[in-house]
Design a protein around this ligand. Structure first.
Ligand SMILES: [Zn+2]
Length: 92
C-alpha cells in the first residue's frame, strides 16, 4: 500500500502526493517531515496552492458548523504563510 507519508514519492509526483493527503494536511495531522515537503511544494506550485486554499476554506466552513476538528494554530500559521508566498503579490 502506498502511504501518502512516503517521503521518496514526493520527488516523483509531488502534486499527486499533496492531493492524496490534503485532508490530513489542512487538518495539521501530517508528519512534520511530510508537512514540510507539502509546504515547500505549495510555494512553487500555483495549482497546489489553489487546491490547498480551497481545502482550507472548506475546512474552516466545516469547523464553523462544528463538523471538523481544529488544526493546531502553529500549523495554520505555517500554511497561511506558505499560501501567501510564491508568484502572487502580497495582499495590499
Ligand atoms: Zn503541485
Amino acid at each position: 500500500m502506498t502511504a501518502p507519508t512516503d517521503i521518496s514519492l514526493w520527488s516523483v509526483n509531488p502534486c499527486a502526493r499533496l492531493a492524496g493527503c490534503l485532508d490530513e494536511f489542512v487538518d495539521g495531522r501530517l508528519d512534520r517531515a511530510i508537512e514540510a515537503l507539502a509546504l515547500a511544494h505549495m510555494e512553487r506550485c500555483p495549482p497546489c496552492r489553489v487546491m490547498a486554499r480551497h481545502a482550507l476554506r472548506y475546512r474552516e466552513t466545516m469547523r464553523r458548523v462544528g463538523d471538523a476538528s481544529v488544526a493546531p494554530a502553529d500549523f495554520v500559521q505555517r500554511l497561511r504563510f506558505a499560501l501567501r508566498r510564491g508568484v502572487e503579490p502580497p495582499p495590499a
